[in-house]
Ligand binder design. Structure first.
Ligand SMILES: Cc1cc2nc3c(=O)[nH]c(=O)nc-3n(C[C@H](O)[C@H](O)[C@H](O)COP(=O)(O)OP(=O)(O)OC[C@H]3O[C@@H](n4cnc5c(N)ncnc54)[C@H](O)[C@@H]3O)c2cc1C
Length: 483
């Protein structure tokens, strides 16, 4: 019998797993996809928000500000890159300055420190590439940027190192009441557990409905983005927002911690939770509004586009805590932006609540430290020589655009909750994330996956079952050979 099952391996589920590992509990995480971090947590704006935007006295406001304060220590413990690059909310007409003042006041109610309105001169001194039409901005000193998939993976690895079991390809299909326990039925088998934590993102309404009459709905809201080549890494220092709308924080132009530039997201209510297309209309909108901030966006240097789907709840706030009619069933639902920022604080409070309800003791062996895979691209010459001497696979570059070596790819597979797909390698090492978008490194990555996991090339997928990359005709099995 398990003590806790966590459903969903996004940033919330993996953070809850790590926080719960601080307690002496038997814990498993079930993820429906072939890898963790396949949902909202892989496709978002990657901002550690200050907290000015959330409506005061909501859970979003509370956890945004608390989470923001925890990020420094968290990223140090997990060895995850984080940059306090500041956020700016710009306006393009003097008439809109009162809206910036209102945003500042809202942030102050939320207890966001060091908010300041800056005028044209300081704004353009800070951001020389900004459109000359920008005339004022709210400066958010506590705004930052982080890599959302590296953070999710780091939480999972650290949780696994502290004893949490991870099951992938383990979609939860039913939850029943057993004799003083929950029986969680999944595609990886049935599990008995004392407590369940629902972190299923866009599908958390369906999981909640399996046990509780206290229904809510998750309404999918798509956001589309462009990513620009690393040569523009220094064009903007801050993450530059425009005034928010009722659908979200508006289109931004932001550097990423990995040196690319993001433009987006749009905000469109859609019906299908799995519809992660980008559309000509969506991208045109991102470009139109992005160009207000950065005139003449160099479209030639767009390396890819993507979309992410927000899990907006019909309660218009995070839904956190024990369901009123299902003892020991806990929700972390409706976690849209600022969910990434809020994740450490949500996870801490939820884990404390679950532990209290289970009367759990602390885990004396919990180790909060996780070390990242050493990155060849960040080493100086001496460090490179040492790395190659210790492991000759560091001398073999697999991904040229991002300078990722065979040693890093092999380690990404061998680690706890290791990569088993091409996308899994990409999120853990950046192989395939660069300008050529995996055109060069995919064949070698497939080969390494085969060697490490003892699989045939025909079994290697991009992101799970429905995404096999190769057909048998390439390997001489005549039945699928083209005429
Ligand atoms: C466009 C966009 C921009 C954003 N920008 C920001 C930002 O800049 N800053 C910020 O703080 N936040 C941002 N967010 C919000 C943030 O990304 C989310 O709040 C956060 O990633 C939610 O994490 P999660 O773990 O709840 O959900 P997810 O990452 O979606 O994880 C849920 C997991 O549950 C799994 N699952 C679903 N059903 C089942 C089942 N039946 N059985 C097992 N597993 C299941 C899914 O496969 C998935 O892996 C943004 C979100 C979007 C979409």
């Amino acid at each position: 019998m398990l003590d806790v099952i966590i459903i969903g391996g996004g940033v919330i589920g993996c953070s809850v797993a790590r926080s719960l590992a601080r307690y002496d509990l038997k814990i498993a995480l079930l993820e429906k996809a072939a890898d963790i971090c396949e949902g909202q947590s892989k496709a978002n704006t990657a901002i550690v928000h200050g907290g000015y935007d959330a409506k005061p006295h909501t859970l979003k406001a509370k956890y945004n500000v608390l989470g923001n304060q925890m990020f420094g220590t968290l990223c140090t413990e997990l060895d995850v890159p984080l940059k306090w690059n500041t956020s700016l909310v710009v306006c393009f007409s003097e008439d809109d300055i009162p809206k910036l003042e209102a945003l500042k006041k809202q942030g102050e109610i939320n207890e966001v420190p060091k908010l300041r309105i800056i005028g044209r001169e300081e704004l353009h001194k800070r951001e020389p590439s900004l459109s000359p039409n920008a005339c004022a901005a709210l400066l958010v000193e506590t705004g930052g940027i982080v890599c959302p998939y590296e953070l999710t993976v780091a939480n999972a690895e650290n949780a696994a190192e502290n004893g949490v079991l991870f099951y992938r390809n383990a979609e939860v299909t039913k939850i029943e009441k057993g004799d003083s326990c929950w029986v969680v039925k999944s595609k990886a088998g049935a599990f008995e557990t004392k407590a369940v934590v629902n972190c299923a993102g866009l599908y958390s309404d369906a999981i909640n409905a399996m046990v509780s009459e206290d229904a809510f709905k998750i309404l999918p809201r798509r956001g589309e983005y462009y990513i620009l080549d690393k040569k523009y890494a220094d064009v903007f220092h801050a993450s530059v927002f425009q005034l928010p709308t009722k659908l979200g924080k508006g289109i931004l132009v932001s550097p990423t911690v990995d040196g690319t530039v993001l433009i987006g997201p749009t905000a469109e209510d859609i019906l299908d939770k799995s519809d992660i297309r980008t559309t000509p209309q969506g991208l045109a909108k991102a470009l139109k509004f992005g160009s207000l901030t950065w005139e003449n966006i160099p479209l030639r240097d767009v390396i890819t586009t993507f979309s992410g789907i927000r899990a907006h709840s019909d309660r218009d706030d995070f839904i956190l805590g024990e369901a009123p009619d299902a003892p020991l069933f806990f929700n972390a639902s409706g976690i849209e932006s600022p969910g990434l920022t809020s994740s450490p604080a949500i996870a801490r409070d939820l884990a404390d609540l679950v532990a209290e309800r289970l009367d759990a003791k602390e885990n004396p062996n919990f180790n909060p430290i996780r070390k990242a895979i050493p990155k060849f691209r960040e080493m100086d010459d001496l460090e490179r020589a040492k790395a190659i001497a210790a492991n000759p696979d560091y001398a073999k570059i697999v991904c040229r655009c991002e300078t990722v070596t065979e040693a890093e790819i092999r380690e990404a597979i061998r680690r706890p909750v290791g990569a088993q797909t091409i996308d899994g390698i990409k999120r853990r090492t950046r192989a395939g994330m660069g300008r050529c978008q995996a055109g060069f490194c995919t064949p070698r990555t497939i080969q390494i996956l085969c060697e490490e996991l003892n699989l045939s090339p025909l079994e290697i997928t991009k992101f799970g079952e429905d995404s096999k990359l190769l057909h048998s005709y390439l390997f001489g099995k005549g039945e699928q050979r083209h005429a």
